[in-house]
Design a protein around this ligand. Structure first.
Ligand code: ADP
Ligand code: ADP
Ligand code: MG
Length: 588
């Protein structure tokens, strides 16, 4: 069986000569295998297509995919968005008393699966011209637990609650105070309790459009918890949250699973490891099709994911492994100093930041960790010269390129136009093209309108632009947000290699421990009292920095025997107590 997919947001039929049609062997023999629709998109008639793939090779925009799939998969088609649209095969299973994780790259159908399981989208079972019909779905699944589940969804006997992926959109649809938003969701009168659990009591009186991304995420999670439901879906609950908040949310979601059915989509693998009991990996081809794999235990699933290979299915979905080093890297102390700072202070009305003296070396990547609202962004802006400190500051004047945490663009035009406009001749630089644009897969975005980019696409663009500007120091604030696990590992490598090869330095603020592990040579640790008093120390070696940071957080990591990846120890377990007593929180 082969499927033909036309990825509409890549297809630029106005800029090509319909190579997909012109070069198609059956078309040349007079068969209408590829026809042009009224809108101008090519339409590939699968029944007539021989699967040679020449159209896919000839398309200048890589908008066509011809993919061979195992015959039996055809019976498991759950939903298809249009004739040459994205297809979803199989679904995650409903399991009680377990947190079920869904792990997979962006564009593979995770949100689609959630829409179906939550009853918002009636799957068409591949009959894309027909309206979805629950009765057909129930018949399709007859004899399985899914049939009775969907029957209850149809009859309104099961209520689903969804924490949506993009919390940034909430202020566009809700105007008013956090308290009012939560009251609307509060079916059980537990607002104060839930607000306390998620530490947002001080946010309740604030306007929804004035709170930070992390606060917005917490509010969205609180709203989901307040709603009375039977099955709960958390689509990327960790974006913008610091590690304390991530662990806290993980605990709250785990507790919920003792009473409710719970699904979680998450790209922070340390958190996914901690939160999920079992995991469905999703794989396939981004934008073309996605397959939900069998359920696995969490450790096994994440290891398979890092190795890029599913043993049971005998499927390789990545040709390289994501690897971790067991021993802390040596700090690059022999390298010359790029920038140093004296004891630095900045005071706002309610907030006081203190930064101990430190220095960054040329070629070094410094990871910056610590809770939200302890002054990380403020310090980064002081170094960038955007904010004047009350005392201290950088001793040297250097050129800084800065990617902010929240990236919005009002730019009216395509990605390619924005890149050319901002980076000019840098766009012709071979090293930049090969080491940044190519691995971040920017060319697939070139023709998209900047305004229409998804969160992960916007992040890739923002990283590419920040690296493309000439600077001595690159400051990237939460580059992992909205990237999938795979893209995070790629971005980490891109940034590292760029600094190493060009002899530049970087400071990376991030909350994903795996990301920090892969990207950083050294660590700066922020602590104190969020929103009131921030204290920053470092950069330290990875070992010292991780110990200081994780001691504050109160968690320890052990290493997985197969992949060396760090795994959060169960609080109070033997490893946890042993490592705490030895003061080795990370490199046990
Ligand atoms: P994920 O959550 O894994 O990132 P989604 O389920 O959001 O993936 O989307 C999977 C694919 O389905 C994407 O390539 C997207 O373009 C396509 N898709 C999603 N919604 C629609 C829709 N309403 N119409 C057509 N295609 C869609
Ligand atoms: P982080 O990056 O660690 O989350 P920030 O540096 O963004 O922290 O903010 C630290 C604290 O300083 C927050 O409580 C924030 O509200 C406050 N703050 C930041 N900028 C200003 C400002 N321009 N005026 C007043 N307070 C500010
Ligand atoms: Mg999604």
């Amino acid at each position: 069986m082969h499927i033909a997919v036309v990825i509409q947001d890549r297809c630029q039929f106005k800029k090509c000569n319909y190579e997909c049609r012109t070069y198609c062997p059956p078309v040349r023999m007079g068969t209408d295998t590829v026809v042009i629709t009224e809108k101008g998109y090519p339409r590939i008639i699968e029944e007539l297509c021989e699967g040679c793939g020449i159209c896919a090779h000839k398309c200048p925009f890589e908008a066509v995919k011809i993919i061979g799939l195992p015959e039996e998969l055809g019976e498991d088609l759950i939903h298809q968005y249009g004739e040459n649209g994205f297809r979803l095969y199989r679904l995650p299973r409903i399991q009680k008393d377990k947190v079920v994780g869904i792990l997979g790259p962006n564009g593979i159908g995770k949100s689609t699966a959630i829409k179906i399981l939550s009853g918002t989208l009636i799957p068409n079972l591949g009959d894309y011209n027909a309206q979805g019909d629950w009765d057909k779905v129930i018949e399709f699944f007859s004899g399985t637990e899914m049939a009775s589940y969907f029957a209850k969804i149809r009859d309104g006997e099961i209520k689903a609650v969804v924490k949506p992926q993009y919390v940034d959109k909430i202020p566009m649809v809700f105007k008013g105070k956090v308290k009012d938003l939560l009251k609307k969701a509060d079916h059980s009168g537990r607002m104060d309790e839930i607000a306390r659990m998620l530490n947002i009591e001080n946010t309740l009186e604030r306007e929804v459009d004035k709170i930070s991304g992390g606060e917005l995420q917490s509010v969205a999670i609180a709203a989901a918890l307040l709603k009375e439901g039977d099955v709960y879906f958390f689509d990327e609950p960790s974006s913008y949250l610091d590690i304390y908040q991530r662990l806290n949310v993980a605990r709250v979601i785990r507790e919920l699973s003792s009473e409710k059915i719970v699904f979680v989509v998450e790209h922070d693998l340390a958190i996914m490891d901690f939160i999920a009991d079992v995991i469905h990996i999703m794989y396939g081809s981004e934008g073309a099709y996605g397959i939900v794999s069998n359920v696995r235990n969490t450790r096994n699933a994440i290891n398979s994911y890092l190795q890029g290979y599913l043993r049971d299915e005998n499927i390789r979905f990545r040709d390289w492994r994501i690897e971790f080093v067991v021993h802390p890297p040596k700090r690059k102390s022999e390298l010359p100093v790029l920038i140093s700072w004296d004891y630095t202070e900045k005071k706002y009305r309610d907030f006081h930041l203190e930064v101990h003296p430190g220095e960054i070396r040329i070629g070094e990547v410094v990871g910056i960790v610590g809770p939200n609202a302890t002054g990380k962004t403020t310090f980064v802006k002081i170094l960038a010269g955007v904010i004047k400190p009350d005392r201290g500051g950088a001793r040297d004047e250097i050129k800084v390129s800065y990617k902010p945490q929240y990236i919005k663009s009002e730019y009216d035009g395509t990605v390619e136009e924005l890149l050319n406009f901002t980076l000019k001749e840098k766009m012709l630089n071979n090293f930049y093209r090969a080491e940044v644009l190519h691995p971040l897969r920017l060319k697939y975005l070139y023709n998209k309108e900047v305004k229409n980019l998804s969160g992960g696409e916007m992040q890739r663009l923002a990283i590419a632009i920040a690296l493309g500007l000439d600077a001595d120091l690159y400051l990237l604030d939460e580059p992992s947000a909205y990237l999938d696990s795979n893209e995070r590992m790629i971005a980490a490598k891109v940034i590292r290699r760029y600094m190493e090869n060009l002899g530049k330095s970087a400071m990376i603020v991030d909350h994903d421990v795996y990301f920090i592990d892969i990207i950083a040579d050294s660590i700066m640790v922020f602590g104190g009292e969020p929103g009131r008093h921030g204290i920053a120390r470092g950069p330290f070696s990875m070992r010292d920095g991780m110990n200081l940071f994780l001691k504050n957080v109160g968690i320890t990591f052990r290493r997985d025997g197969d992949t060396n990846r760090p795994r959060i120890n169960k609080p109070g377990s033997f490893n946890d107590r042993d490592q705490k007593s030895r003061g080795e929180y990370y490199y046990a």
